[in-house]
Design a binder for this molecule. Structure first.
Ligand code: FAD
Ligand code: NAI
Length: 476
């Protein structure tokens, strides 16, 4: 007999697994179907984020940062390291262990919350029916019925016709997380989030990294002042960032990757040991349902949804990387919770204007809300305040004096419109700005709040004071 569930979630990435757990908490009969299979051939939950995204990249960023500190920064603390070495195998094993622990943690959470799990590939065959097949053999293994369906199938790397993947040489982000030796010369196509983070990892470990970026602007979504600071910092860290660089071709010859690209001066040639393609991701929306179901997509294949993430078919929802908005784990997770609550008859909504962004370089870049350019093009009158980390006592004690905090506030109401942080631990510091903005704080509210001393957070306080020309530890 075919089982009927209140909710079927397709995909156990940060959007899907969070939706499934929240549905279970709300007393709904739930099953989650996920096809991810790890190198041992086992189901591995957590999607891109846990398996080949956020978590393994941060594990390698941490290891490489420690190595770089030992190499270059310990000396100023009076710590000498007589011989320093890095064992890439051990570094990668630690990363894999972190991934295994966390993916198994999701399995345990599913068990604890009574979320049923089916390992396999799902296809919606009717608005209330899901067929499940074996990922490898494609053989049908099950069919289930659902009152509601949540599609959370995530995204995959965009491929370039002129640089098709070649094992061990032309690789995507997943391949770049698995390298078992430090490449001598590493080319990266795309200086976005992945290019900068993985470029940082391998550059810190000794690769000569060249980033080929098609656009004229560097990190255009960030505030221009801070993106300029990030670029300068990364160049100082030996990352060779070439803007206006359009890839023409990449071919493997004699165990090297031969790249041709065009820039303002014309055709250029480069030879690399490895080439990472990191030019964005596309939604996984083909093969999940047929056109006859009437689930509408836009011209880039993102599923069209309303404010509650409901598709054009009532009872079918879509969340995470497959719908509009930034392709970020925390955005997908929030959508998962919102949809679960919506299905359970509760009211829930997301403030899409306040989703924080972080690029995990060192220092880190984090921001929330509007940039100056966005304020200008929206015709908003604004004022700004900023505070350099070099004037922070804690930053000096930590030897982390590079960076700046900038706050943008409405010129009339003083409401905080944007907070931009380039500093050590910016990924942590930004949370206080998100919270304050969620509470509709003014920059004066931030200025009147007491911050512990000595902390990096005081730089946020001082930037708020500076909006009013009364920062204490810099000349206003
Ligand atoms: P996914 O995580 O992609 O999960 C989708 C799941 O659905 C997968 O398990 C997949 O196997 C399964 N699936 C697909 N089709 C089917 C089917 N037909 N049947 C069954 N199962 C199916 N974001 C951040 O916020 N912070 C970061 O630091 C960050 N770092 C990143 C680093 C890298 C290298 C990469 C690649 C991405 C990073 N991201 C980061 C982005 C983040 O990983 C994604 O935004 C997030 O994983 C999207 O979540 P999701 O649940 O929508 O999809
Ligand atoms: P991205 O969109 O961040 O950057 C891709 C870059 O490649 C862009 O700058 C684009 O101009 C450039 N590009 C595109 N085509 C090109 C070409 N032919 N030649 C040269 N450059 C080209 O995408 P990325 O880095 O692949 O990451 C995918 C997504 O994953 C991000 O959008 C982000 O949502 C998520 N992510 C988030 C992270 C974080 O939150 N810290 C870290 C890593 C990924």
């Amino acid at each position: 007999m075919t089982t009927t569930y209140d909710v079927v979630v397709i995909g156990a990435g940060p959007a899907g697994y969070v939706a499934a757990i929240r549905c279970a908490q709300l007393g709904l009969k739930i099953v989650c179907i996920d096809e991810w299979t790890n190198h041992k051939g086992e189901s591995s939950l957590g999607g891109t984020c846990l398996n080949v995204g956020c978590i393994p990249s941060k594990a390698l960023l941490e290891s490489s940062h420690l190595y770089q500190q030992a190499n270059a920064d310990f000396e100023q603390h009076g710590i000498s390291v007589s011989s320093l070495d890095i064992n890439i195998e051990t570094m990668q094993a630690r990363k894999s262990q972190v991934v295994d622990d966390l993916t198994q943690g999701i399995q345990a959470l599913f068990k604890a919350n009574n979320v049923e799990l089916i390992h396999g590939r799902a296809k919606i065959t009717a608005t209330d029916t899901i067929e499940i097949s074996d990922r490898k053999t494609r053989k049908k293994i099950n069919e289930i019925k659902a009152k509601n369906i949540i599609i959370a199938t995530g995204s995959s790397p965009v491929r370039l016709q002129q640089a098709m993947l070649v094992d061990d040489y032309i690789i995507d982000s997943a391949g770049a997380l698995e390298l078992n030796a430090v490449p001598g010369r590493l080319g990266i196509v795309g200086a976005g989030a992945i290019g900068l983070e993985l470029g940082s990892v391998w550059s810190r470990l000794g690769s000569q990294v060249v980033l080929l970026e098609a656009m004229h602007d560097f990190l255009p979504a960030a505030d221009r002042k801070l993106s300029n600071l990030v670029k300068r910092s990364l160049v100082k860290q030996s990352l060779d960032i070439r803007l206006n660089a359009r890839l023409v071709s990449a071919k493997v010859k004699n165990k090297k990757v031969h790249v041709i690209y065009e820039d303002k001066k014309g055709e250029q040639k480069e030879v690399f040991d490895k080439l990472i393609i990191a030019v964005g991701r596309k939604p996984n929306t083909d093969r999940i349902f047929g056109e006859e179901l009437g689930i509408e997509k836009d011209e880039r294949c993102f599923i069209l949804v309303d404010d509650s993430c409901q598709t054009s078919v009532p009872g079918i929802y879509a969340i995470g990387d497959i719908v509009r908005g930034p392709m970020l784990a925390h955005k997908g997770s929030e959508e998962g919770m919102m949809v679960a609550e919506h299905i359970a008859g509760q009211h829930a909504e997301i403030n899409y204007d306040l989703i924080p962004s972080v690029i995990y370089t060192h220092p880190e870049l984090a921001w929330v809300g509007k940039s100056e350019d966005e304020c200008k093009s929206a015709g908003i009158k604004y004022k700004t305040g900023s505070f350099p980390l070099v004037a922070s006592g804690r930053a000096r004690a930590m030897a982390e004096t590079e960076g700046l905090v900038k706050i943008i506030a409405d010129a009339e109401t003083d409401r905080v419109l944007g907070v931009h942080i380039f500093s050590a631990q910016a990924s942590e510091l930004i949370a206080q700005a998100v919270l304050m903005m969620e509470m509709q704080a003014t920059s004066e509210d931030m200025a009147l709040t007491v911050f512990a001393h000595p902390t990096l957070s005081e730089a946020v306080h001082e930037a708020a004071l500076s909006v009013h020309g009364r920062a204490i530890h810099i000349k206003n």
